[in-house]
Design a binder for this molecule. Structure first.
Ligand SMILES: [Zn+2]
Length: 242
């Protein structure tokens, strides 16, 4: 009897240990994929530049209402998943979010990463589970480098992250985003959670701003959404700190 309790204690401590690993995060299986702008169907938005596996490895999305109208448009998670990367890389990427999705296709468990770049604001933190349609950031211009647009990618290879040179340019590694979304609008519903490893990337050698602290259930979800704090009424009126 005492051996049984010892065994139970051992197993439960192993389970607790596994849950404590910040690289392993529980996610809901993706039940479908929607569009990142004008969710769920992309209404009001259009591609200004398409995908080319030998050139542009994602798609650029803008507002159908005209140039600039996409600026600060809300960006939505295309499916249930876990935020694996959410940080400002400066340079050409600007603010980037990558979300890992687990889904079943033809009875087979598969993974895909969705990438959202040049954002003005990031509302999520690394390690945070997100739901399809959840607002994760706002469209930006990569710190003034480009006309405002969303650069959006889908990776089959979940070791790429933001380093394109870490995988060969092939359709096995990169998906044409619109084709992928269109082909995965309806999936077999699986009401199941899955623990995924979110620590699979090689980080770029150029300097980016360090990630926000790993998400915990009690942490704020709108990380990096606030700029400098607003002055109090007192400061506004009298121009000095109370
Ligand atoms: Zn682009």
């Amino acid at each position: 009897m005492s051996r049984l309790w010892l065994l139970i204690g051992l197993v439960s401590s192993l389970i607790n240990f596994a849950h404590a690993d910040p690289a392993m995060v529980s996610t809901s299986i993706a039940d479908r994929f929607d569009f990142p702008l004008g969710a769920p169907n992309g209404d009001g938005y259009e591609r200004s530049r398409g995908f080319n596996v030998h050139g542009h490895l994602g798609e650029d999305w803008v507002s159908a209402a005209g140039p600039g109208a996409v600026y600060h448009a809300p960006v939505s998670a295309v499916a249930n998943g876990v935020v694996t990367l959410a940080r400002d890389f400066k340079r050409s990427w600007g603010n980037v979010i990558v979300i890992r999705h687990a889904y079943y296709e033809g009875g087979e468990l598969k993974y895909a990463d969705s990438l959202y770049a040049h954002l003005d604001k990031i509302f999520v933190a690394e390690g945070q589970p997100v739901n399809r349609g959840q607002e994760i950031g706002l469209v930006g211009n990569a710190h003034g480098l480009y006309h405002p647009h969303l650069h959006f990618e889908i990776h089959h290879n979940v070791t790429i992250g933001v380093v394109h040179t870490s995988a060969t340019r092939s359709l096995a590694n990169y998906a044409d985003p619109s084709i992928f979304l269109t082909q995965h609008r309806v999936l077999n519903p699986v009401h199941e959670k899955l623990v995924v490893n979110v620590n699979t990337y090689t980080m770029p050698t150029f300097a980016g701003i360090p990630a926000k602290p790993f998400y915990t259930a009690n942490a704020v979800t709108r990380v990096a959404s606030s700029g400098s704090p607003k002055p109090s009424i007192f400061q506004s009126l009298f121009g000095s700190k109370p």
